[in-house]
Write a protein that binds this ligand. Structure first.
Ligand code: TXA
Ligand code: MG
Length: 324
């Protein structure tokens, strides 16, 4: 086994002592604590300003940890974990009674994910050696605000937090969440994994929530990531097609920053950034760019609507919520 760096060791010790840390993952940075320590988990909710009944994702070092949290692992979940872990996939499973109650927000299910970021994996293994079986971590932003994709973003929100710097997050938007606690798997939050790939890997048709059959856990929470308004910058964000942007921009009464896949003549917009035409690249830049445009002095951010098609579902979802 590779030697663990001093910073990872310190962070693992902080988790084992019940402290919070900033955790780099391949999706976004997390605000992390020992999932089995109710006081540490309460500190996450307090720091984020998140309602205590909104459950957290528990991060594990590998799939062998799953039976410590889940009472039952259906075949579909097993196949999904085998296909996508470590990686940007969270599975919801029925929860073992009495385990990680606070992290689960008191719900009968538990969200589990094994991240692929090497520093996150090193930390999870090291923490496990110190008795931490799982690490609860929501995105490390204040409730409702833009998710962090660099260590600097985390420090802006939580200046005194110990943050592991793992560089800019590769994926850039949060994990895909599949609920495997129901009779058939349901996609609760789109990310960068395609619905068709999830269905193929799980051996079942993964459906969108609106098409899902009734769940045995229907008291399942309104997921914060699924609230209509989330990921919001301070400036008003509008999603518009290219034609509407070109038509309305010359008459705009406020300073407008534009993120679009076409170029604009100089001086028409207060600020203009070219949007990548590839969804993965777009996701990678999305949250950092919203922050940058938000602090540019622009009063509104106009974003060109992503193209149709499932490859853009994750990016479209985040932009629609940011615009709400
Ligand atoms: O990529 C990610 O998933 C990041 C990184 C840090 O791993 N984490 C993240 O956590 O996005 P958070 O707390 O911002 O979003 C967790 C989502 C929420 O929408 C929450 O409601 C949902 O997971 N969730 C957690 N437990 C759940 C459960 N038992 N049933 C349904 N949804 C659940
Ligand atoms: Mg979040």
């Amino acid at each position: 086994m590779k030697a663990v760096s001093a910073e990872v060791r310190d962070a693992a010790q902080a988790l084992a002592s019940g402290d919070l840390i900033g955790l780099p993952t391949e999706t976004v940075y997390g605000l992390a604590a020992d999932a089995m320590n109710p006081l540490a988990v309460a500190a996450i909710f307090k720091a984020k300003g998140r309602p205590a009944n909104h459950p957290l994702i528990v991060h594990v070092a590998d799939a062998s940890q799953v039976p410590k949290f889940a009472s039952n692992v259906p075949a579909s979940a097993q196949k999904l974990m085998a296909a996508f872990w470590p990686g940007p996939l969270t599975v919801i499973l029925p929860r073992l009674t009495g385990v990680a109650d606070a992290a689960a927000g008191g719900h009968a299910t538990i969200a589990l994910r094994c991240p692929s970021h090497p520093m996150a994996l090193a930390l999870l293994h090291e923490a496990q050696c110190l008795g931490v079986q799982g690490v609860a971590a929501p995105s490390a932003n204040l409730f409702g605000r833009v998710s962090p994709t660099t260590a600097a973003h985390v420090r802006q929100a939580f200046p005194s937090l110990l943050v592991l710097d793992g560089g800019a997050c590769e994926v850039g938007i949060e994990s895909t969440i599949v609920d495997c606690s129901r009779t058939a798997p349901v996609l609760l939050r789109p990310g960068m994994l395609l619905l068709s790939a999830l269905s193929e890997a799980s051996g079942e048709v993964v459906t969108m929530p609106s098409n899902a059959p009734h769940s045995s856990h229907d008291q399942a929470p309104a997921a914060p990531g699924s609230l209509a308004s989330h990921y919001a910058p301070q400036a008003r964000l509008r999603l518009l097609n290219a034609e509407a942007i070109c038509q309305q921009l010359p008459n705009a009464a406020v300073k407008v920053a534009v993120w679009a896949r076409f170029t604009l003549p100089n001086g028409v917009a207060f600020k203009h950034v070219l949007m990548p035409s590839n969804p993965a690249e777009c996701a990678h830049h999305l949250f950092a760019l919203l922050r940058e445009l938000d602090t540019s002095g622009a009063q509104e951010i106009w974003v060109e609507s992503p193209p149709a098609g499932p490859a853009w579902d994750g990016v479209r979802d985040r932009l629609q919520r940011a615009a709400h």
